[in-house]
Design a protein around this ligand. Structure first.
Ligand code: UD2
Ligand code: MN
Length: 588
Protein backbone atom coordinates (compact mmCIF):
# COMPACT_ATOMS: atom_id res chain seq x y z
CA UNK A 1 0.00 0.00 0.00
CA UNK A 2 2.80 2.38 -0.88
CA UNK A 3 0.40 4.51 -2.79
CA UNK A 4 -1.70 5.26 0.22
CA UNK A 5 1.20 6.50 2.35
CA UNK A 6 2.49 8.52 -0.47
CA UNK A 7 -0.82 10.13 -0.84
CA UNK A 8 -1.19 10.91 2.83
CA UNK A 9 2.04 12.85 3.03
CA UNK A 10 1.85 14.87 -0.10
CA UNK A 11 -1.83 15.61 0.11
CA UNK A 12 -1.41 17.47 3.37
CA UNK A 13 1.68 19.31 2.16
CA UNK A 14 0.03 20.39 -1.01
CA UNK A 15 -3.02 21.58 0.74
CA UNK A 16 -1.04 23.80 3.05
CA UNK A 17 0.91 25.12 0.14
CA UNK A 18 -2.23 25.97 -1.73
CA UNK A 19 -3.65 27.86 1.20
CA UNK A 20 -0.58 29.93 1.88
CA UNK A 21 -0.14 30.83 -1.75
CA UNK A 22 -3.74 31.59 -2.14
CA UNK A 23 -3.77 34.03 0.74
CA UNK A 24 -0.52 35.72 -0.18
CA UNK A 25 -1.28 36.34 -3.79
CA UNK A 26 -4.87 37.20 -4.27
CA UNK A 27 -6.37 38.78 -1.21
CA UNK A 28 -9.53 39.43 -3.16
CA UNK A 29 -10.41 35.75 -3.14
CA UNK A 30 -11.13 34.12 0.15
CA UNK A 31 -9.89 31.01 1.79
CA UNK A 32 -11.68 30.20 4.98
CA UNK A 33 -10.56 27.98 7.78
CA UNK A 34 -11.98 24.87 6.23
CA UNK A 35 -8.77 23.23 5.29
CA UNK A 36 -6.67 24.11 8.32
CA UNK A 37 -5.63 21.44 10.79
CA UNK A 38 -7.48 18.75 9.01
CA UNK A 39 -6.98 15.15 9.83
CA UNK A 40 -5.25 13.60 6.84
CA UNK A 41 -7.31 12.12 4.08
CA UNK A 42 -8.44 8.77 5.39
CA UNK A 43 -8.19 5.57 3.49
CA UNK A 44 -8.46 2.41 5.52
CA UNK A 45 -7.97 -1.26 4.92
CA UNK A 46 -11.18 -3.04 4.22
CA UNK A 47 -12.13 -6.54 5.02
CA UNK A 48 -9.88 -8.44 2.63
CA UNK A 49 -11.64 -11.74 3.03
CA UNK A 50 -14.52 -11.56 0.61
CA UNK A 51 -14.30 -14.74 -1.29
CA UNK A 52 -14.71 -13.11 -4.65
CA UNK A 53 -12.01 -13.01 -7.28
CA UNK A 54 -11.99 -9.25 -7.05
CA UNK A 55 -11.06 -9.31 -3.39
CA UNK A 56 -7.45 -10.12 -4.10
CA UNK A 57 -6.95 -7.00 -6.08
CA UNK A 58 -9.08 -4.66 -4.03
CA UNK A 59 -8.74 -3.81 -0.43
CA UNK A 60 -9.26 -0.13 -0.03
CA UNK A 61 -12.42 1.42 1.27
CA UNK A 62 -12.98 5.13 1.23
CA UNK A 63 -14.29 6.55 4.45
CA UNK A 64 -16.49 9.59 4.42
CA UNK A 65 -13.92 12.32 4.40
CA UNK A 66 -13.34 14.97 6.97
CA UNK A 67 -12.71 17.58 4.30
CA UNK A 68 -16.43 17.83 3.91
CA UNK A 69 -16.97 19.24 7.41
CA UNK A 70 -17.27 23.01 7.51
CA UNK A 71 -14.64 24.42 9.85
CA UNK A 72 -15.68 28.01 9.75
CA UNK A 73 -19.43 27.79 9.75
CA UNK A 74 -19.82 31.48 9.08
CA UNK A 75 -17.70 31.76 5.97
CA UNK A 76 -19.95 32.43 2.97
CA UNK A 77 -20.83 29.20 1.18
CA UNK A 78 -19.09 27.03 3.81
CA UNK A 79 -20.29 23.46 3.74
CA UNK A 80 -21.95 24.14 0.39
CA UNK A 81 -24.64 26.30 1.99
CA UNK A 82 -26.22 29.02 -0.15
CA UNK A 83 -24.81 32.51 0.33
CA UNK A 84 -27.40 34.66 2.04
CA UNK A 85 -29.17 37.47 0.27
CA UNK A 86 -28.09 39.95 2.96
CA UNK A 87 -24.48 39.65 1.86
CA UNK A 88 -25.46 41.37 -1.38
CA UNK A 89 -27.05 44.39 0.25
CA UNK A 90 -25.43 47.60 -0.90
CA UNK A 91 -23.62 45.80 -3.72
CA UNK A 92 -26.43 45.74 -6.27
CA UNK A 93 -24.32 47.32 -9.01
CA UNK A 94 -21.46 44.83 -8.61
CA UNK A 95 -23.89 41.94 -8.49
CA UNK A 96 -25.47 43.04 -11.73
CA UNK A 97 -22.11 43.53 -13.41
CA UNK A 98 -21.05 40.06 -12.26
CA UNK A 99 -24.12 38.45 -13.81
CA UNK A 100 -23.55 40.37 -17.00
CA UNK A 101 -19.94 39.19 -17.25
CA UNK A 102 -20.21 35.56 -16.20
CA UNK A 103 -23.89 34.65 -16.58
CA UNK A 104 -23.91 33.48 -12.97
CA UNK A 105 -23.65 35.39 -9.73
CA UNK A 106 -19.95 36.16 -9.89
CA UNK A 107 -20.13 38.50 -6.91
CA UNK A 108 -21.36 35.61 -4.77
CA UNK A 109 -18.77 33.25 -6.22
CA UNK A 110 -16.05 35.74 -5.24
CA UNK A 111 -17.29 35.68 -1.64
CA UNK A 112 -17.02 31.93 -1.38
CA UNK A 113 -13.75 30.34 -0.31
CA UNK A 114 -11.69 28.82 -3.10
CA UNK A 115 -11.33 25.84 -0.82
CA UNK A 116 -14.71 25.62 0.81
CA UNK A 117 -15.98 22.41 2.32
CA UNK A 118 -18.87 20.60 0.67
CA UNK A 119 -21.58 18.25 1.82
CA UNK A 120 -20.70 14.67 1.00
CA UNK A 121 -23.46 13.82 -1.43
CA UNK A 122 -22.43 10.23 -2.10
CA UNK A 123 -25.04 7.65 -1.21
CA UNK A 124 -24.06 6.01 2.08
CA UNK A 125 -23.67 2.71 0.26
CA UNK A 126 -20.49 4.09 -1.28
CA UNK A 127 -18.66 3.30 1.99
CA UNK A 128 -18.65 -0.23 0.81
CA UNK A 129 -17.36 0.38 -2.66
CA UNK A 130 -14.14 -1.43 -3.34
CA UNK A 131 -11.45 0.36 -5.25
CA UNK A 132 -8.58 -1.24 -7.13
CA UNK A 133 -5.26 -0.85 -5.43
CA UNK A 134 -3.43 -0.06 -8.61
CA UNK A 135 -5.24 2.80 -10.23
CA UNK A 136 -4.12 4.43 -13.48
CA UNK A 137 -2.95 8.06 -13.33
CA UNK A 138 -4.93 10.84 -14.91
CA UNK A 139 -4.41 14.16 -16.61
CA UNK A 140 -7.22 16.57 -15.84
CA UNK A 141 -8.08 18.80 -18.80
CA UNK A 142 -10.03 22.00 -18.10
CA UNK A 143 -10.80 24.33 -21.00
CA UNK A 144 -12.03 27.81 -20.33
CA UNK A 145 -13.17 30.87 -22.20
CA UNK A 146 -13.90 34.13 -20.38
CA UNK A 147 -14.36 32.25 -17.10
CA UNK A 148 -14.60 34.16 -13.81
CA UNK A 149 -11.40 33.93 -11.78
CA UNK A 150 -13.02 32.59 -8.62
CA UNK A 151 -14.88 29.71 -10.30
CA UNK A 152 -11.82 28.76 -12.35
CA UNK A 153 -9.53 28.75 -9.33
CA UNK A 154 -12.07 26.96 -7.17
CA UNK A 155 -12.22 24.26 -9.84
CA UNK A 156 -8.43 23.91 -9.75
CA UNK A 157 -8.23 23.91 -5.95
CA UNK A 158 -10.94 21.30 -5.67
CA UNK A 159 -9.06 19.00 -8.03
CA UNK A 160 -5.78 19.46 -6.13
CA UNK A 161 -7.34 19.12 -2.71
CA UNK A 162 -9.54 16.17 -3.40
CA UNK A 163 -7.44 14.01 -5.72
CA UNK A 164 -4.82 11.60 -4.44
CA UNK A 165 -1.64 13.34 -5.69
CA UNK A 166 -0.01 10.17 -6.94
CA UNK A 167 -2.95 9.66 -9.29
CA UNK A 168 -3.04 13.24 -10.53
CA UNK A 169 -0.42 13.41 -13.24
CA UNK A 170 -1.18 17.02 -14.08
CA UNK A 171 -3.90 19.57 -14.55
CA UNK A 172 -3.92 21.06 -18.03
CA UNK A 173 -5.73 24.37 -18.26
CA UNK A 174 -6.51 25.32 -21.82
CA UNK A 175 -7.24 29.00 -22.34
CA UNK A 176 -9.41 29.18 -25.43
CA UNK A 177 -8.22 32.66 -26.42
CA UNK A 178 -10.04 34.45 -23.62
CA UNK A 179 -9.85 38.21 -23.83
CA UNK A 180 -10.66 38.98 -20.18
CA UNK A 181 -7.79 40.79 -18.44
CA UNK A 182 -7.94 38.79 -15.23
CA UNK A 183 -7.15 35.59 -17.12
CA UNK A 184 -3.75 36.91 -18.20
CA UNK A 185 -0.86 37.72 -15.77
CA UNK A 186 -2.97 37.29 -12.64
CA UNK A 187 -3.75 33.75 -13.59
CA UNK A 188 -0.15 33.00 -14.63
CA UNK A 189 1.12 34.23 -11.31
CA UNK A 190 -1.43 32.36 -9.31
CA UNK A 191 -0.92 28.98 -10.87
CA UNK A 192 2.84 29.26 -11.38
CA UNK A 193 3.31 27.90 -7.88
CA UNK A 194 1.41 24.71 -8.52
CA UNK A 195 3.92 22.41 -10.17
CA UNK A 196 1.21 20.09 -11.42
CA UNK A 197 -0.81 22.79 -13.20
CA UNK A 198 0.03 23.56 -16.82
CA UNK A 199 -1.51 26.38 -18.77
CA UNK A 200 -1.88 26.10 -22.52
CA UNK A 201 -2.84 29.35 -24.22
CA UNK A 202 -4.46 28.95 -27.61
CA UNK A 203 -3.53 31.83 -29.93
CA UNK A 204 -6.89 31.66 -31.64
CA UNK A 205 -10.34 30.77 -30.51
CA UNK A 206 -10.94 27.08 -31.20
CA UNK A 207 -14.17 26.38 -29.33
CA UNK A 208 -14.44 23.93 -26.50
CA UNK A 209 -14.14 20.83 -28.66
CA UNK A 210 -10.85 21.60 -30.38
CA UNK A 211 -9.56 23.17 -27.16
CA UNK A 212 -10.10 19.81 -25.44
CA UNK A 213 -8.32 18.05 -28.27
CA UNK A 214 -5.34 20.37 -27.86
CA UNK A 215 -5.24 19.65 -24.14
CA UNK A 216 -5.54 15.91 -24.72
CA UNK A 217 -2.69 15.98 -27.24
CA UNK A 218 -0.17 17.08 -24.63
CA UNK A 219 -1.59 15.00 -21.76
CA UNK A 220 0.66 12.35 -20.25
CA UNK A 221 -1.60 10.58 -17.76
CA UNK A 222 -2.90 7.11 -18.58
CA UNK A 223 -6.43 8.50 -18.33
CA UNK A 224 -7.89 11.78 -19.57
CA UNK A 225 -10.35 13.45 -17.23
CA UNK A 226 -12.27 16.36 -18.73
CA UNK A 227 -13.90 18.98 -16.51
CA UNK A 228 -15.63 22.31 -17.08
CA UNK A 229 -14.08 25.46 -15.61
CA UNK A 230 -16.83 26.14 -13.03
CA UNK A 231 -16.96 22.94 -11.05
CA UNK A 232 -16.09 21.67 -7.59
CA UNK A 233 -14.83 18.13 -7.21
CA UNK A 234 -16.27 16.54 -4.13
CA UNK A 235 -14.54 14.19 -1.75
CA UNK A 236 -13.48 10.87 -3.22
CA UNK A 237 -14.55 11.92 -6.70
CA UNK A 238 -11.60 10.56 -8.62
CA UNK A 239 -10.98 7.05 -7.36
CA UNK A 240 -14.25 5.49 -8.56
CA UNK A 241 -13.70 6.93 -12.04
CA UNK A 242 -10.18 5.54 -12.32
CA UNK A 243 -11.30 2.27 -10.79
CA UNK A 244 -13.75 1.63 -13.60
CA UNK A 245 -11.11 2.25 -16.24
CA UNK A 246 -8.57 0.19 -14.33
CA UNK A 247 -10.93 -2.76 -14.58
CA UNK A 248 -11.78 -2.24 -18.23
CA UNK A 249 -10.05 0.31 -20.42
CA UNK A 250 -13.06 0.72 -22.70
CA UNK A 251 -15.35 1.78 -19.86
CA UNK A 252 -16.01 5.52 -19.86
CA UNK A 253 -17.26 6.70 -16.47
CA UNK A 254 -18.87 10.05 -15.65
CA UNK A 255 -19.30 11.46 -12.16
CA UNK A 256 -22.80 12.29 -10.95
CA UNK A 257 -23.17 16.00 -11.59
CA UNK A 258 -24.37 17.91 -8.55
CA UNK A 259 -25.66 21.43 -9.07
CA UNK A 260 -23.92 24.53 -7.84
CA UNK A 261 -26.72 27.08 -7.75
CA UNK A 262 -25.89 29.86 -10.23
CA UNK A 263 -27.28 32.52 -7.91
CA UNK A 264 -26.46 31.44 -4.34
CA UNK A 265 -23.62 28.99 -5.02
CA UNK A 266 -25.38 26.53 -2.73
CA UNK A 267 -24.33 22.95 -3.49
CA UNK A 268 -27.34 20.79 -4.38
CA UNK A 269 -27.19 17.02 -4.81
CA UNK A 270 -28.08 15.51 -8.18
CA UNK A 271 -31.13 13.35 -8.61
CA UNK A 272 -29.72 9.86 -8.39
CA UNK A 273 -32.26 8.11 -10.53
CA UNK A 274 -31.48 9.70 -13.83
CA UNK A 275 -29.23 8.87 -16.70
CA UNK A 276 -28.33 10.47 -20.00
CA UNK A 277 -30.58 10.27 -23.05
CA UNK A 278 -31.18 12.48 -26.05
CA UNK A 279 -34.04 13.64 -28.23
CA UNK A 280 -34.42 13.92 -31.99
CA UNK A 281 -33.44 17.57 -31.85
CA UNK A 282 -30.03 16.04 -30.97
CA UNK A 283 -30.19 17.58 -27.54
CA UNK A 284 -28.91 15.81 -24.46
CA UNK A 285 -31.67 15.03 -21.94
CA UNK A 286 -31.83 13.54 -18.47
CA UNK A 287 -34.17 10.52 -18.47
CA UNK A 288 -35.34 8.30 -15.61
CA UNK A 289 -33.82 4.88 -15.16
CA UNK A 290 -35.72 2.08 -16.84
CA UNK A 291 -36.87 -0.45 -14.19
CA UNK A 292 -34.37 -3.14 -15.17
CA UNK A 293 -31.42 -0.78 -14.81
CA UNK A 294 -32.62 0.32 -11.38
CA UNK A 295 -32.80 -3.30 -10.14
CA UNK A 296 -29.49 -4.30 -11.62
CA UNK A 297 -27.83 -1.33 -10.09
CA UNK A 298 -28.98 -2.15 -6.60
CA UNK A 299 -27.94 -5.77 -6.86
CA UNK A 300 -24.47 -4.99 -8.11
CA UNK A 301 -23.27 -2.71 -5.35
CA UNK A 302 -20.72 -5.16 -4.06
CA UNK A 303 -19.03 -6.02 -7.26
CA UNK A 304 -19.50 -2.82 -9.22
CA UNK A 305 -19.50 0.28 -7.05
CA UNK A 306 -23.11 0.84 -8.02
CA UNK A 307 -22.86 2.09 -11.51
CA UNK A 308 -25.53 3.34 -13.88
CA UNK A 309 -25.13 2.34 -17.51
CA UNK A 310 -25.99 5.44 -19.50
CA UNK A 311 -26.83 5.85 -23.20
CA UNK A 312 -25.24 9.32 -23.29
CA UNK A 313 -23.22 11.75 -21.21
CA UNK A 314 -23.94 15.42 -20.50
CA UNK A 315 -20.54 16.14 -22.03
CA UNK A 316 -18.40 18.14 -19.67
CA UNK A 317 -17.26 15.74 -17.00
CA UNK A 318 -15.84 12.29 -17.65
CA UNK A 319 -12.76 10.11 -17.61
CA UNK A 320 -11.54 8.02 -20.50
CA UNK A 321 -8.48 5.88 -21.12
CA UNK A 322 -6.18 8.16 -23.11
CA UNK A 323 -5.36 5.60 -25.77
CA UNK A 324 -8.99 4.56 -26.09
CA UNK A 325 -9.93 8.22 -26.64
CA UNK A 326 -7.53 8.45 -29.58
CA UNK A 327 -8.44 5.01 -30.89
CA UNK A 328 -11.99 6.31 -31.14
CA UNK A 329 -10.69 9.25 -33.14
CA UNK A 330 -11.09 11.85 -30.36
CA UNK A 331 -13.72 14.44 -31.15
CA UNK A 332 -14.67 15.58 -34.61
CA UNK A 333 -12.36 18.60 -35.04
CA UNK A 334 -14.94 20.07 -37.42
CA UNK A 335 -17.23 20.82 -34.47
CA UNK A 336 -17.27 24.55 -33.69
CA UNK A 337 -17.45 26.29 -30.30
CA UNK A 338 -20.08 24.31 -28.41
CA UNK A 339 -22.41 21.33 -28.73
CA UNK A 340 -23.00 17.86 -30.23
CA UNK A 341 -19.60 16.52 -29.17
CA UNK A 342 -21.26 14.99 -26.10
CA UNK A 343 -23.55 12.86 -28.26
CA UNK A 344 -20.80 12.08 -30.75
CA UNK A 345 -18.57 10.60 -28.09
CA UNK A 346 -21.48 8.82 -26.41
CA UNK A 347 -22.64 7.11 -29.62
CA UNK A 348 -19.08 6.27 -30.54
CA UNK A 349 -18.22 4.75 -27.18
CA UNK A 350 -21.14 2.35 -27.37
CA UNK A 351 -21.07 1.64 -31.09
CA UNK A 352 -17.32 1.06 -31.21
CA UNK A 353 -16.90 -1.41 -28.39
CA UNK A 354 -16.94 0.55 -25.14
CA UNK A 355 -19.55 1.44 -22.55
CA UNK A 356 -20.64 4.58 -20.76
CA UNK A 357 -21.50 4.88 -17.08
CA UNK A 358 -22.56 7.35 -14.42
CA UNK A 359 -21.10 6.71 -10.98
CA UNK A 360 -23.20 7.92 -8.05
CA UNK A 361 -20.14 7.38 -5.81
CA UNK A 362 -18.22 10.04 -7.72
CA UNK A 363 -19.61 13.56 -7.30
CA UNK A 364 -18.66 16.79 -9.00
CA UNK A 365 -20.64 20.03 -8.71
CA UNK A 366 -21.20 22.19 -11.80
CA UNK A 367 -22.63 25.68 -12.23
CA UNK A 368 -25.38 25.27 -14.84
CA UNK A 369 -25.71 28.57 -16.66
CA UNK A 370 -28.60 29.86 -18.71
CA UNK A 371 -26.41 31.81 -21.13
CA UNK A 372 -22.81 31.85 -22.30
CA UNK A 373 -20.24 34.41 -21.20
CA UNK A 374 -18.36 33.99 -24.50
CA UNK A 375 -19.29 34.86 -28.08
CA UNK A 376 -19.94 32.44 -30.93
CA UNK A 377 -17.25 33.61 -33.29
CA UNK A 378 -18.39 34.55 -36.79
CA UNK A 379 -21.50 32.39 -36.64
CA UNK A 380 -24.87 34.18 -36.71
CA UNK A 381 -25.95 32.57 -33.43
CA UNK A 382 -25.42 29.86 -30.89
CA UNK A 383 -28.15 27.79 -32.52
CA UNK A 384 -26.59 27.95 -35.96
CA UNK A 385 -23.33 26.63 -34.55
CA UNK A 386 -25.22 23.89 -32.77
CA UNK A 387 -27.18 22.87 -35.89
CA UNK A 388 -24.03 22.67 -38.00
CA UNK A 389 -22.41 20.42 -35.41
CA UNK A 390 -25.57 18.30 -35.28
CA UNK A 391 -25.49 17.88 -39.06
CA UNK A 392 -21.95 16.51 -38.87
CA UNK A 393 -23.02 14.21 -36.09
CA UNK A 394 -26.09 12.97 -37.98
CA UNK A 395 -24.23 12.45 -41.25
CA UNK A 396 -21.50 10.36 -39.68
CA UNK A 397 -23.26 8.39 -36.96
CA UNK A 398 -27.03 8.26 -37.42
CA UNK A 399 -27.37 6.08 -40.54
CA UNK A 400 -30.99 5.96 -41.72
CA UNK A 401 -32.09 7.60 -38.43
CA UNK A 402 -30.78 10.90 -39.68
CA UNK A 403 -34.05 11.24 -41.60
CA UNK A 404 -35.84 11.58 -38.28
CA UNK A 405 -33.55 14.40 -37.28
CA UNK A 406 -33.97 16.26 -40.57
CA UNK A 407 -37.71 15.77 -40.96
CA UNK A 408 -38.43 16.88 -37.45
CA UNK A 409 -36.11 19.88 -37.68
CA UNK A 410 -36.64 21.20 -41.21
CA UNK A 411 -34.95 24.56 -40.45
CA UNK A 412 -31.66 22.68 -39.96
CA UNK A 413 -31.43 21.79 -43.63
CA UNK A 414 -30.55 25.40 -44.49
CA UNK A 415 -27.25 24.81 -42.72
CA UNK A 416 -26.18 21.59 -44.45
CA UNK A 417 -24.06 23.49 -46.94
CA UNK A 418 -22.25 25.25 -44.07
CA UNK A 419 -21.50 22.18 -42.01
CA UNK A 420 -18.29 21.25 -43.80
CA UNK A 421 -16.98 18.01 -45.19
CA UNK A 422 -17.40 14.84 -43.12
CA UNK A 423 -15.86 12.23 -45.42
CA UNK A 424 -12.81 11.82 -43.13
CA UNK A 425 -15.02 11.07 -40.19
CA UNK A 426 -17.06 8.58 -42.19
CA UNK A 427 -13.89 6.82 -43.28
CA UNK A 428 -12.72 6.72 -39.70
CA UNK A 429 -15.97 5.12 -38.58
CA UNK A 430 -15.60 2.48 -41.24
CA UNK A 431 -12.03 1.70 -40.24
CA UNK A 432 -13.09 1.34 -36.63
CA UNK A 433 -15.68 -1.22 -37.66
CA UNK A 434 -18.32 0.27 -35.39
CA UNK A 435 -21.83 -1.14 -35.01
CA UNK A 436 -24.88 0.50 -36.60
CA UNK A 437 -26.99 3.22 -35.03
CA UNK A 438 -29.88 0.76 -35.10
CA UNK A 439 -27.83 -1.54 -32.87
CA UNK A 440 -27.29 1.38 -30.49
CA UNK A 441 -31.00 2.21 -30.35
CA UNK A 442 -32.05 -1.44 -29.92
CA UNK A 443 -29.48 -2.34 -27.28
CA UNK A 444 -28.52 0.84 -25.48
CA UNK A 445 -31.47 3.22 -25.65
CA UNK A 446 -34.63 1.24 -26.53
CA UNK A 447 -36.72 3.68 -24.43
CA UNK A 448 -36.41 6.47 -27.01
CA UNK A 449 -39.56 7.08 -29.02
CA UNK A 450 -39.17 6.53 -32.70
CA UNK A 451 -41.63 9.13 -33.96
CA UNK A 452 -44.12 8.52 -36.70
CA UNK A 453 -42.68 10.56 -39.53
CA UNK A 454 -45.92 10.68 -41.42
CA UNK A 455 -47.42 14.15 -41.24
CA UNK A 456 -49.23 16.56 -43.55
CA UNK A 457 -46.86 19.46 -43.04
CA UNK A 458 -44.01 20.55 -40.89
CA UNK A 459 -41.78 23.47 -39.87
CA UNK A 460 -42.38 27.17 -39.53
CA UNK A 461 -45.95 28.47 -40.02
CA UNK A 462 -45.78 31.84 -41.69
CA UNK A 463 -48.37 34.56 -42.06
CA UNK A 464 -47.09 36.26 -45.21
CA UNK A 465 -49.38 39.27 -45.05
CA UNK A 466 -48.24 40.21 -41.57
CA UNK A 467 -44.68 38.83 -41.90
CA UNK A 468 -45.13 36.93 -38.65
CA UNK A 469 -44.64 33.31 -37.63
CA UNK A 470 -46.69 31.18 -35.29
CA UNK A 471 -44.73 30.98 -32.04
CA UNK A 472 -45.44 28.52 -29.24
CA UNK A 473 -43.78 30.85 -26.72
CA UNK A 474 -43.42 29.69 -23.13
CA UNK A 475 -46.34 29.39 -20.73
CA UNK A 476 -50.00 29.16 -21.71
CA UNK A 477 -50.36 31.50 -24.64
CA UNK A 478 -49.54 31.06 -28.29
CA UNK A 479 -48.32 34.07 -30.24
CA UNK A 480 -47.13 35.36 -33.58
CA UNK A 481 -43.67 36.86 -33.77
CA UNK A 482 -41.15 37.89 -36.37
CA UNK A 483 -39.78 34.75 -38.03
CA UNK A 484 -36.39 33.85 -36.58
CA UNK A 485 -35.84 30.85 -38.86
CA UNK A 486 -34.29 28.72 -36.15
CA UNK A 487 -37.09 26.27 -35.52
CA UNK A 488 -37.52 25.74 -31.79
CA UNK A 489 -40.70 27.42 -30.58
CA UNK A 490 -41.60 28.30 -34.19
CA UNK A 491 -41.56 24.71 -35.40
CA UNK A 492 -44.85 22.82 -35.73
CA UNK A 493 -46.27 19.64 -37.23
CA UNK A 494 -49.65 19.33 -38.96
CA UNK A 495 -50.44 15.75 -38.01
CA UNK A 496 -52.30 13.17 -40.06
CA UNK A 497 -55.28 13.73 -37.70
CA UNK A 498 -55.25 17.47 -38.64
CA UNK A 499 -54.08 18.67 -35.23
CA UNK A 500 -51.19 21.12 -35.00
CA UNK A 501 -48.49 19.82 -32.69
CA UNK A 502 -45.69 21.84 -31.14
CA UNK A 503 -42.43 20.63 -32.63
CA UNK A 504 -42.63 16.89 -32.28
CA UNK A 505 -41.53 15.55 -28.96
CA UNK A 506 -43.90 17.33 -26.64
CA UNK A 507 -47.12 15.64 -27.81
CA UNK A 508 -48.70 18.99 -27.07
CA UNK A 509 -51.18 20.50 -29.57
CA UNK A 510 -52.90 23.81 -30.24
CA UNK A 511 -56.25 24.03 -28.46
CA UNK A 512 -59.06 26.56 -27.91
CA UNK A 513 -58.76 28.58 -24.69
CA UNK A 514 -60.39 31.63 -23.13
CA UNK A 515 -62.34 34.45 -24.82
CA UNK A 516 -60.36 37.63 -25.59
CA UNK A 517 -61.60 40.84 -24.00
CA UNK A 518 -62.78 43.46 -26.51
CA UNK A 519 -62.54 41.05 -29.45
CA UNK A 520 -65.97 39.67 -30.07
CA UNK A 521 -66.13 35.93 -30.75
CA UNK A 522 -62.39 35.41 -30.40
CA UNK A 523 -60.98 32.50 -28.38
CA UNK A 524 -57.30 32.62 -27.49
CA UNK A 525 -55.30 29.58 -28.53
CA UNK A 526 -53.56 27.60 -25.87
CA UNK A 527 -51.64 24.31 -25.50
CA UNK A 528 -53.06 20.97 -24.37
CA UNK A 529 -52.03 17.32 -24.60
CA UNK A 530 -52.93 16.25 -28.13
CA UNK A 531 -55.65 13.90 -26.84
CA UNK A 532 -57.52 16.63 -24.88
CA UNK A 533 -61.04 17.54 -26.11
CA UNK A 534 -60.13 21.25 -26.52
CA UNK A 535 -57.53 20.40 -29.14
CA UNK A 536 -58.55 21.72 -32.56
CA UNK A 537 -58.61 19.70 -35.78
CA UNK A 538 -58.11 22.02 -38.77
CA UNK A 539 -59.09 22.14 -42.39
CA UNK A 540 -56.21 23.61 -44.29
CA UNK A 541 -54.88 23.76 -47.81
CA UNK A 542 -51.44 25.00 -48.70
CA UNK A 543 -51.15 28.73 -48.10
CA UNK A 544 -54.80 29.11 -47.08
CA UNK A 545 -56.56 29.65 -43.75
CA UNK A 546 -56.73 27.19 -40.88
CA UNK A 547 -60.41 26.49 -40.28
CA UNK A 548 -61.59 24.81 -37.08
CA UNK A 549 -63.53 21.72 -38.21
CA UNK A 550 -65.95 22.09 -35.28
CA UNK A 551 -66.80 25.82 -35.17
CA UNK A 552 -65.82 26.91 -38.68
CA UNK A 553 -63.71 29.73 -37.17
CA UNK A 554 -60.29 30.71 -38.48
CA UNK A 555 -56.82 31.04 -37.01
CA UNK A 556 -56.10 34.75 -36.74
CA UNK A 557 -53.83 37.23 -35.00
CA UNK A 558 -55.01 39.46 -32.18
CA UNK A 559 -52.92 42.57 -31.60
CA UNK A 560 -53.13 43.25 -27.92
CA UNK A 561 -50.40 45.89 -28.03
CA UNK A 562 -48.16 46.85 -30.95
CA UNK A 563 -45.62 44.31 -29.63
CA UNK A 564 -47.83 41.55 -28.34
CA UNK A 565 -49.49 39.47 -31.03
CA UNK A 566 -51.43 36.47 -29.80
CA UNK A 567 -53.27 33.98 -31.96
CA UNK A 568 -56.94 33.16 -31.57
CA UNK A 569 -59.89 31.48 -33.22
CA UNK A 570 -61.78 34.32 -34.92
CA UNK A 571 -64.64 34.62 -37.33
CA UNK A 572 -63.25 33.98 -40.82
CA UNK A 573 -62.83 37.12 -42.94
CA UNK A 574 -61.55 35.72 -46.28
CA UNK A 575 -58.58 38.12 -46.01
CA UNK A 576 -54.90 37.38 -46.57
CA UNK A 577 -54.20 38.17 -42.91
CA UNK A 578 -55.79 34.81 -42.09
CA UNK A 579 -53.70 32.84 -44.58
CA UNK A 580 -50.84 30.71 -43.33
CA UNK A 581 -48.10 28.69 -45.01
CA UNK A 582 -46.27 25.73 -43.53
CA UNK A 583 -42.59 25.51 -44.40
CA UNK A 584 -42.84 21.95 -45.79
CA UNK A 585 -45.96 20.27 -47.14
CA UNK A 586 -45.51 16.52 -47.17
CA UNK A 587 -48.77 15.53 -48.88
CA UNK A 588 -50.56 17.32 -51.69
C1 UD2 B 1 -22.58 21.15 -21.55
C2 UD2 B 1 -21.35 20.48 -20.95
C3 UD2 B 1 -20.13 21.01 -21.66
C4 UD2 B 1 -20.21 20.64 -23.13
C5 UD2 B 1 -21.50 21.20 -23.69
C6 UD2 B 1 -21.80 20.76 -25.10
C7 UD2 B 1 -21.63 19.63 -18.68
C8 UD2 B 1 -21.65 19.96 -17.24
N1 UD2 B 1 -21.31 20.68 -19.52
O1 UD2 B 1 -22.64 22.55 -21.57
O2 UD2 B 1 -18.94 20.49 -21.12
O3 UD2 B 1 -20.13 19.26 -23.30
O4 UD2 B 1 -22.62 20.77 -22.95
O5 UD2 B 1 -20.82 21.13 -25.97
O6 UD2 B 1 -21.87 18.51 -19.04
N2 UD2 B 1 -15.39 26.69 -23.48
C9 UD2 B 1 -14.22 26.91 -24.21
N3 UD2 B 1 -14.32 27.49 -25.45
C10 UD2 B 1 -15.52 27.84 -26.00
C11 UD2 B 1 -16.70 27.59 -25.27
C12 UD2 B 1 -16.60 27.00 -24.01
O7 UD2 B 1 -13.13 26.59 -23.74
O8 UD2 B 1 -15.53 28.35 -27.10
C13 UD2 B 1 -15.30 26.05 -22.16
C14 UD2 B 1 -16.11 26.74 -21.08
O9 UD2 B 1 -15.35 27.74 -20.45
C15 UD2 B 1 -16.46 25.58 -20.16
C16 UD2 B 1 -16.56 24.40 -21.10
O10 UD2 B 1 -15.89 24.76 -22.29
O11 UD2 B 1 -15.45 25.33 -19.22
C17 UD2 B 1 -18.03 24.03 -21.42
O12 UD2 B 1 -18.76 25.15 -21.81
P1 UD2 B 1 -20.09 25.59 -21.03
O13 UD2 B 1 -19.88 25.54 -19.57
O14 UD2 B 1 -20.54 26.88 -21.61
O15 UD2 B 1 -21.05 24.43 -21.48
P2 UD2 B 1 -22.35 23.84 -20.66
O16 UD2 B 1 -21.94 23.47 -19.29
O17 UD2 B 1 -23.47 24.75 -20.84
MN1 MN C 1 -20.44 24.29 -17.97
Amino acid sequence: TKGVDNHRVSSATLREFAITENMKRLPKYNVDEDFRNLPTYTTTMANTHHNTTLAKKTHKVLKLDATTMPRNQRAPGAGGLPVLEQRLRGHEKEVEAGWERSKFNEFVSDLVSLERSLPDTRPVRCHKAKILDNLPTTSVVICFCEEAMSTLLRSVHSVINRSPPHLLKEIILVDDASTAEHLKEDLDTYISRFPQVKLLRLPEREGLIRARLRGAEIAMGEVLTFLDSHIECNVGWLEPLLDRIGRNRTTVPCPSIDRINDNTFGYEPANENMRGGFNWGMKFDWVSLPPGEDDRRHQDIWSQNEIIKSPTMAGGLFSIDRRFFWELGGYDPGFQIWGAENLEISFKIWMCGGSLEILPCSRVGHVFRRANPYNFGDAPSRLTVFYRNCIRLAEVWLDEYKDIFYSLNPHVENEIANAGDVSDRKRMRKQLGCKSFKWYIDHVFPEITIPDLRAKARGEVKNRAMALCLDAMYGEKVGAYFCHGEGGQQSFTLRMDDKIMLRWFYSVCLAAGLPVKNHKGALLLTKKPCTAPEVIAWNHTKGGPFVDQKTGKCLGVVNLTPEEHLVALRPCNQQRVQDWTFQNYLVD
